[in-house]
Design a protein around this ligand. Structure first.
Ligand SMILES: Nc1nc2c(c(=O)[nH]1)N[C@H]1C(S)=C(S)[C@@H](COP(=O)(O)OP(=O)(O)OC[C@H]3O[C@@H](n4cnc5c(=O)[nH]c(N)nc54)[C@H](O)[C@@H]3O)O[C@H]1N2
Ligand SMILES: Nc1nc2c(c(=O)[nH]1)N[C@H]1C(S)=C(S)[C@@H](COP(=O)(O)OP(=O)(O)OC[C@H]3O[C@@H](n4cnc5c(=O)[nH]c(N)nc54)[C@H](O)[C@@H]3O)O[C@H]1N2
Ligand code: SF4
Ligand SMILES: [Mo]
Length: 754
């Protein structure tokens, strides 16, 4: 039996784990006290990771789809040679616009993303679609406008805030904040601290809240603008903070003064006295922060919701302080900056959509494949992603994917998406390769976790760094070897800490700039082999460590790393390589948060014309109606769902059907009893669901869980395949992120069981 330190790959917390492995099986999983941020915390989902590692649908060898639709095994060499030739031919015939990369890193395979990103460069393509483009890009767009760069991402210091405002998130089940359940308990126990929840459902988190505003779905923009209006009307905003750090307050103030507070609160259907209490309490608190998630990002007015949420902490001066919202650093450059006002930004041919933070939205992809004529996307590469289940409008995706000239899927399992591919490439699992969890995006202390393999790759599986490097070599994007660079790496004494190698590498990148996009694979092939314990895949972390140390020298030293201008980065790299529990990489002082701003003068630009226009238009908006009496929240987080990471239904201890939650009074009106089957119909399609009577939802609202719908060999779906109901056009006009929590449906009883 061996005990390994690693991390959980099921949500963005990436908690540190200790896993006992015996005869290739996970025998015990517990939290790792040595992880610098999570310190031993885990939830019930991590304990069942064995179901991810070992299950019947694991891919074991590369597969090629042949004419009769069957998949036949092929060698890696045959698969990659053919894929490379077809990609190069496609690029030459139709240019980079004909190719798109989908996915590229889930909740934990973040090192693979550094390698897969190179393929787009080799294809000269700008088309990067991933799941962030169906939830967080509205937020990134706002960060670009407010803070100057779309890379200026924020976090919330829930652990230290006196007043915590949760809007549209359910941390008890979905986490998203440090050690969620412990943190919720601490706040609840402390009479000096206040927790408010804004959610149409009385959730598990609601049990910990002092005030729960159970608003009508989709009305957050009304509620938040009313709160802001109360704050400015009563002069509770932080004038001193605004004068010191912000531009454009006058326009915002004018817009807020015009808000008809009582009318807006009525539309949200919550008590006015509670709203006033929350607005005043939030503004008066010594420290306050707002934490949001899909509840406002997957509903009407997603981008405006994000703007109002940010104004709440900005106008009250809760930005850049302990217990407030803060910018943070990012070790892996996950986000880019693509401001659509720049003439260099390319729009997609059909929807004329621009990337945000480098990412395009899944809601437009089927049209960009089907309707863009000669400029259409003809080939896609899918990695760590299952769009056929997780992206909006399954029928549209099915139709679009069926027309592709080439579709390749890299996954650990035979997914619904993989079944449509021409080639399916088996990746080593996240516990069979060097990997990293890079979502620990915190402030003031930030960490990074490089994880070593616990097991050898199963069967013929390969880690992504090897898959993409071989593919790039076969495409001729990089030479098959760099003998002199590899020699420098080999011969350099350990005491030189790879500095000689890095100088030679940098000189190569200057001399042959066209190789720069392929730095990860070149580092992997040349420096990789000399890294200890077979950690070749970690080679790209050396220049990243050096850049990070150059940018934040004082903060890296404060995290306990030592060295001069040159060696601080290599020391950081060594620590990352050596510390199995994860590494603290930087510790900031709060007042230095302002150095992370992206505007030239480091001031916040409060007034965003597009958002002020949308805010003004709220007044005349009529609530969407139609033939559908229910609002379906399509994608709830529950105790036993974890995106599509677990495919083995046996991992669930409860809720095998992924039941639909329905208010008992609504159920009675439809003559539905607990456990009955109902047909749920949207404008797009119908699915059969098992109903569960539950008075935690408002009347007229029903919920279904995310993470179900996997198709077994017999074609049966395990629980609701939600995105059969969603419509690609039902999305935010600006960010094109979907309104998944606001899907109009009707229900009727169905006699035959699911
Ligand atoms: N157990 C579990 N945890 C997960 C995941 C998982 O699959 N399972 N997935 C992870 C991922 S990828 C993500 S992005 C996060 C998402 O995490 P969350 O966003 O916290 O989770 P959800 O349950 O999708 O939605 C949060 C809440 O929004 C509420 N809501 C619905 N409509 C509205 C509305 O109009 N206004 C407001 N204010 N609230 C509304 C819902 O009732 C719900 O309680 O969870 C992560 N954690
Ligand atoms: N209707 C509706 N749709 C939703 C949501 C919703 O609430 N409602 N939630 C949305 C949200 S917030 C998100 S984040 C997305 C998530 O959806 P996706 O972006 O599709 O991501 P995952 O569900 O995490 O699936 C990841 C895939 O990665 C594979 N995988 C696991 N380990 C590895 C590995 O090491 N290498 C490779 N190459 N592959 C691996 C898994 O087998 C799985 O097929 O779903 C979205 N879809
Ligand atoms: S699912 Fe999230 S909160 Fe639970 S153990 Fe895994 S990383 Fe931690
Ligand atoms: Mo997500």
């Amino acid at each position: 039996m061996t005990t390994h330190q690693t991390a959980c790959i099921l949500c963005s917390r990436n908690c540190g784990l200790r896993i006992d492995v015996e005869d290739g099986q996970f025998t015990r999983i517990r939290g790792d006290e040595d992880h610098p941020l999570t310190r031993g915390y885990i939830c019930q989902k991590a304990a069942r990771l064995g179901h991810y590692q070992h299950h019947g649908e694991r891919l074991t060898q590369p597969l090629k789809r042949v004419d009769d639709g069957r998949f036949v095994p092929v060698s890696w060499d045959e698969a990659l040679t053919d894929i490379a030739a077809r990609l190069v031919a496609l690029r030459e015939r139709h240019g980079g616009k004909s190719f798109a990369f989908l996915g590229g890193g889930g909740q934990g395979n973040h090192l693979g993303g550094a390698y897969s990103g190179q393929l787009r460069a080799a294809m000269k393509s700008h088309n990067a679609y991933n799941s962030l483009g169906q939830e967080k890009t509205g937020d990134f767009w706002l960060n670009g406008r407010l803070f100057g760069r779309q890379t200026c991402h924020t976090t919330e210091d829930v652990e230290h805030a006196d007043f915590v405002l949760f809007i549209g998130c359910n941390p008890f089940l979905a986490h998203g904040i440090p050690n969620a359940r412990d943190t919720l308990k601490h706040i609840q126990k402390d009479p000096a601290r206040t927790m408010v929840l804004v959610d149409p459902r009385r959730t598990e988190t609601a049990r910990y809240a002092d005030i729960h505003l159970q608003l009508k779905p989709g009305t957050d923009a009304y509620l938040m603008s009313a709160m802001l209006a109360i704050i400015v009307r009563e002069g509770l905003h932080d004038r001193d903070f605004i004068a010191r750090h912000c531009e454009g307050f006058e326009a915002v103030e004018q817009a807020l003064q015009a808000i008809p507070v009582e009318d807006y609160v009525r539309r949200a259907d919550v008590p006015l006295a509670d709203v006033e209490k929350v607005a005043r309490g939030f503004a008066a608190a010594k420290s306050a922060c707002v934490r949001v998630d899909l509840g406002i990002q997957h509903t009407l007015h997603t981008t405006l919701n994000g703007y109002l949420e940010k104004l709440l902490y900005l106008l009250t001066g809760n930005f850049g302080i302990r217990g407030g919202n803060n910018l943070h650093t990012m070790f892996l450059p996950i986000l880019g900056h693509t401001d659509e006002r720049s003439p260099r930004i390319r729009r997609t041919p059909h929807h004329r959509m621009f990337p945000i933070a480098g990412i395009l939205p899944p809601n437009i992809l089927p049209d960009e494949i089907l309707k863009a004529g000669e400029s259409r996307i003809r080939a896609v590469f899918v990695d760590s992603c299952n769009p056929l289940l997780t992206w909006p409008d399954t029928a549209a995706y099915r139709e679009a994917f069926a027309t592709l000239e080439l579709m390749v899927v890299v996954d650990v399992a035979m997914t619904e998406t993989a079944r449509m591919a021409h080639y399916v490439l088996p990746a080593a699992s996240q516990f069979e390769k060097w990997e990293a969890t890079g979502f620990n995006l915190e402030f003031p202390a930030n960490a990074f976790h490089l994880r070593q393999p616990l097991l050898p790759p199963a069967h013929d599986c390969l880690p992504e760094p090897e898959i993409y490097t071989r593919l790039l070599e076969k495409m001729g994007a990089i030479p098959a070897s760099f003998p002199w660079l590899a020699r420098i790496a080999r011969r350099e004494p350990a005491a030189a800490a790879h500095l000689g190698y890095m100088a030679a590498f940098a000189a190569l990148m200057v001399r042959r700039r066209q190789l720069l996009p392929f730095a990860p694979s070149i580092l992997y092939r040349t420096l990789g082999p000399v890294l200890p314990d077979g950690a070749a895949a970690a080679a790209p972390l050396l220049p990243l460590s050096m850049l990070y140390a150059q940018k934040y020298p004082a903060e890296v030293r404060r995290a306990g790393h030592h060295g001069n201008r040159l060696t601080l980065g290599t020391a950081l790299f060594r620590a990352i390589l050596g510390r199995r529990a994860g590494t603290l990489i930087s510790v900031h002082e709060h007042e230095d948060m302002w150095t992370l701003m992206g505007t030239p003068d480091r001031r916040v630009r409060l007034a965003i014309p597009e958002m002020l226009d949308e805010l003004a238009a709220l007044r005349d908006e009529v609530a969407p109606g139609g033939d559908f009496p229910f609002i379906l929240m399509a994608g709830e987080r529950r105790s036993y769902n974890a995106n599509q990471i677990y495919r083995d239904p046996a991992w669930r201890k409860v809720d095998a059907h992924g039941a639909m939650r329905l208010h008992p009074d609504d159920a009675a009106a439809l003559q539905l009893a607990d456990g009955d089957t109902a047909l749920c119909t949207s404008a797009r399609d119908s699915i059969a669901v098992v109903v569960e009577l539950d008075d935690s939802v408002r009347r007229g609202v029903v919920t279904l869980p995310h993470g179900y719908g996997q198709q077994g060999d017999d074609g049966r779906e395990a629980g609701p395949a939600l995105n059969r109901l969603t419509d690609a056009a039902h999305c935010d006009p600006l960010s094109r992120t979907p309104y998944h929590k606001y899907v109009p449906v009707h229900l009727r009883k169905q006699e035959s069981a699911v």
